[in-house]
Every structure is written in structure tokens, then in C-alpha cells.
Ligand binder design. Structure first.
Ligand code: ZN
Length: 243
């Protein structure tokens, strides 16, 4: 467990109370006494598609000329340990990703100034209904269903991290994805510049930087873990749809 002073933001529940940004207020409790909530409540979650060449190839896609962007709704976010509830679909995949958390409202950020607007980094699982992604164009169902955005366990400040960061995904303990940030086609500063050129980003907003190769299906009863060195591990059980 990281000590609280390394953590830029986190939210916990004790008893019936949500303690928003508990870490940033400088308060701390033993991790066994709290339930970790998603560390931020993003207003927008902006995601990059096909930002690792190997992953684009494994799905039979070409690498886009301009960055491929899509949104996940804030309602899709769940925290560490919360179940991913599978929609009724023949194939739902995990996608382990590094998430950038924005620290202040900004617009038209140049790549050179991008680090000024970053609060920190956390883990994200861009859970995807691969079947729906094949038949709908804008991915609302494929990427937006409830529980499709596990986020956490906490946000770590950039000054506590050493790049490149390694993103790993394990399914039931078995390593399935491994990528590092040197392989990102569009780097983090350029990504912030691109997105902020057409929309304002706000404190707590999240940018998902894309997934490395090795995506694969989830089944009820699985546990999926996204871990990043220096940040931590985001683990979620998988449940069947109640429908
Ligand atoms: Zn993704």
C-alpha cells in the first residue's frame, strides 16, 4: 500500500460516508478500514483508439491518420473491486490502459505546457462490447454501458513516477497485455494538445491513452487486473448480466 503522501487524489467510503478527495486533504486511514471509490468523478472521459500499433493490427485495423477519439460516459465509471457486469453480448473484452487525470480547467494547451495541467495518473479498464462495436458506428453501447470503466485505485502525482510506465493486464492472474508508454503512437503531451484544441478539459477529467495488444474476452467469474508500475493495481471481478 502506498502511503498517502504520494497520492494526488483518492476517494474512500467509511461507513455510510463518502470522503471526497480524502487524500488531498492530507487525511489517511488504514486501507482495511475503508472502501476505495473511483478516485475522481470525471466530467468527461476522453479515450484514444488504436494508439498502440500492435493493438490496431490485432483487430485488423490500420493506424488512423488523425488520432481516433471517443468518449465514455461518466456513468460507466466504477471503482476498485466493483464488479464489471457483462452486457448480454457474445464478446466483451478487457482493455488495460494508463489514464491521465487533469488537474485544472484548460483549453488550447500546447504540448510544451501539457505537464502543467496534469494532476496525475491512474489505471483504467476500457471494457468493450466487441460485438456491438462491430455493428454500431459511434460505440455508445460498445463502450458506454454501466460498469464499463473501472478506474483507480488512486491518482499518483507525476513527480512520483518514472517514465516509461509499463501497463499490464492480468486475467485470473495470467499476464495478457504488456505495453509501455514509449509505444504510444500519440504521446501524452500531444494528446492533451489535440483534445484541448476543441474542448475544454476540467479538473478530474480523464484521458485514456489506448490499450496495448493482447485484448481478449471476459467471462462471468473472472477477475481482471490492470497494473502500472509506480501506481498500483486495479482489480475487478466480472459478473454475468442480470438480464
Ligand atoms: Zn481502449
Amino acid at each position: 500500500m502506498r502511503s498517502g503522501r504520494f497520492v494526488a487524489a483518492g476517494r474512500v467510503r467509511r461507513g455510510n460516508f463518502d470522503e471526497d478527495t480524502a487524500y488531498s486533504k492530507g487525511r489517511s486511514w488504514p486501507v482495511e478500514e475503508v472502501r476505495l471509490l473511483p478516485p475522481v468523478r470525471p466530467r468527461n472521459i476522453v479515450c484514444l483508439g488504436r494508439n498502440y500499433a500492435e493493438h490496431a493490427r490485432e483487430l485488423g485495423h490500420t493506424i488512423p491518420e488523425r488520432p481516433l477519439l471517443f468518449l465514455k460516459p461518466p456513468s460507466s465509471v466504477v471503482g476498485p473491486g466493483d464488479p464489471i457486469v457483462l452486457p448480454p453480448s457474445p464478446r466483451v473484452d478487457y482493455e488495460g490502459e494508463l489514464a491521465v487525470v487533469i488537474g485544472r480547467r484548460c483549453r488550447n494547451v500546447s504540448p510544451r505546457r501539457a505537464e502543467d495541467v496534469i494532476l496525475g495518473y491512474t489505471c483504467l479498464n476500457d471494457v468493450t462490447d466487441r460485438d456491438a462495436q462491430g455493428w454500431e458506428q459511434n460505440w455508445v453501447r460498445a463502450k458506454g454501458f454501466d460498469t464499463s470503466c473501472p478506474l483507480g485505485p488512486w491518482v499518483v502525482s507525476p513527480d512520483e513516477l518514472e517514465f516509461p510506465l509499463v501497463v499490464e493486464t492480468r486475467l485470473n492472474g495470467e499476464l495478457r497485455q504488456r505495453g509501455d508508454t514509449r509505444l504510444l503512437l500519440l504521446g501524452i503531451p500531444e494528446t492533451i494538445a489535440e483534445i484541448s484544441s476543441f474542448m475544454a478539459l476540467d479538473r478530474g477529467d480523464v484521458i485514456a491513452t489506448g490499450t496495448p495488444s493482447g485484448v481478449g474476452p471476459l467471462r462471468a467469474g473472472d477477475t481482471v487486473q490492470v497494473s502500472i508500475d509506480g501506481i498500483g493495481c486495479l482489480a475487478n471481478p466480472v459478473r454475468a448480466s442480470s438480464r
